[in-house]
Design a protein around this ligand. Structure first.
Ligand code: IPM
Ligand code: MN
Length: 350
């Protein structure tokens, strides 16, 4: 029987609670579809950092490379200064494992949970391909005259032809696999005339290699407007790291909130890492009220990446069904069920 090795990083806050439900569902789907997985837990996160003063052990990246995939809960701890864990764990793993794509599907399962009136599931069904290794996230910059009246802080967006091209190719290929085959480049060519010139030139060049994909361009500010006004216009959107971070939080809201929004940090030829895109939600920790469906959907994306597409579709269908027929709300504490009960419902409806 095919057995996958999965590294599990439950992380901080509600991370462990949602990861438990994700693993519960993965086990049930694996059993139904005839494969196995062995989870290996790693205690990376705020508690470990406070205890050991080490953000990530030196061997972490090498250790992760031995797995078929990584399943992550959440990173972020109220007693640790913002930035330390995010940069030291999440961004470090994304960068060092060269997970250059952040894939974030935005799909509305039930119109009751859409904050925009008159939008139906068929109107909100697109996917954001966020560049995940460059841009402003590269961390290039400096202070000049720090602390003085004439201080300057530089934060540089680093875009390489290679990085832009591989991200765009992945986006074109993603679009090719979808029914509508439509790809929108989301940028800011009217102001950021170095970075977006490179993105736009490369986009048009590559478009010639994918004649079956319809291409389109939208500025990032207009994109946020269209997300609310006409989300049905979008199929696949490709954008840089910073814009992708911003527009996918809005995407999460129009699909029903952080409780249902999942994402994958993907290295198509290496080890990929899947996570609910919401944070560690410290105020809900341990209360068993957090919605685990984002983690469950991240588990489905993980299976897709491993090639277990049937199991992935099965999980998605079950999530869709219970969202439409059982849950009162997708928000923490309002679901009408506890966190483990929602996990059980997904399992029962596989
Ligand atoms: C996300 C998060 C991260 C990001 C933070 C926690 C570093 O907001 O996954 O979207 O900015 O990428
Ligand atoms: Mn974000």
């Amino acid at each position: 029987m095919k057995t996958y090795k999965i590294a599990v990083i439950p992380g901080d806050g509600t991370g462990p609670e949602v990861v438990d439900e994700g693993l519960k569902v993965l086990s049930a789907a694996a059993q139904k579809c005839g494969f196995k997985y062995t989870p290996t837990k790693f205690d990376f996160g705020g508690e470990r950092y406070l205890r050991t003063k080490e953000v990530l052990p030196k061997s972490a990246v090498k250790d992760m490379q031995k797995f078929d995939a990584i399943f992550l809960g959440a990173i972020g701890h109220p007693e640790v200064k913002p930035g330390i864990l995010e940069k030291g764990i999440l961004l470090k793993l994304r960068f060092d494992l060269d997970q250059y794509i952040n894939l974030r599907p935005v799909q509305l399962f039930d119109e009751r949970f859409c904050p925009i009136k008159n939008k139906k599931p068929e109107d909100i069904d697109f996917i954001v391909v966020r560049e995940n290794s460059e841009g402003l996230y590269k961390g290039l910059g400096e202070f000049q005259n720090k602390g003085k009246k004439n201080e300057v802080a530089l934060q540089i967006s680093h875009n390489t032809r290679k990085g832009v091209e591989r991200c765009l190719r992945y986006a074109f290929e993603t679009a090719q696999k979808r029914k509508r085959k439509q790809l929108t480049l989301c940028g800011k060519t009217n102001v950021l005339t170095f970075a977006w010139d490179l993105w736009e030139r490369t986009f048009h060049e590559l478009a010639k290699e994918y004649p079956d994909v319809k291409t389109d361009y939208a500025h990032v500010d207009a994109t946020t407007m269209w997300f609310v006004k006409n989300p049905e216009w979008f199929d696949v959107i490709v954008t840089d790291n910073m814009f992708g971070d911003i527009i996918t939080d809005l995407g999460a809201m129009i699909q029903g909130g952080m409780g249902i929004a999942a994402g994958g940090n993907i290295n198509p030829k290496g080890v990929s890492m899947f996570e609910p895109i919401g944070g560690s939600a410290p105020k809900y920790t341990g209360k068993k009220v957090i919605n685990p469906l984002a983690a469950v959907c991240a588990g489905a994306m993980l299976l897709d990446q491993l090639g277990e597409n049937k199991a992935a579709r099965m999980i998605e269908a079950s999530v869709k069904k219970i969202v439409r027929t059982k849950l009162k709300d997708l928000a923490a504490g309002k679901m009408g069920y506890s966190t483990p009960e929602v996990g059980d419902l997904v399992v029962e409806n596989l």
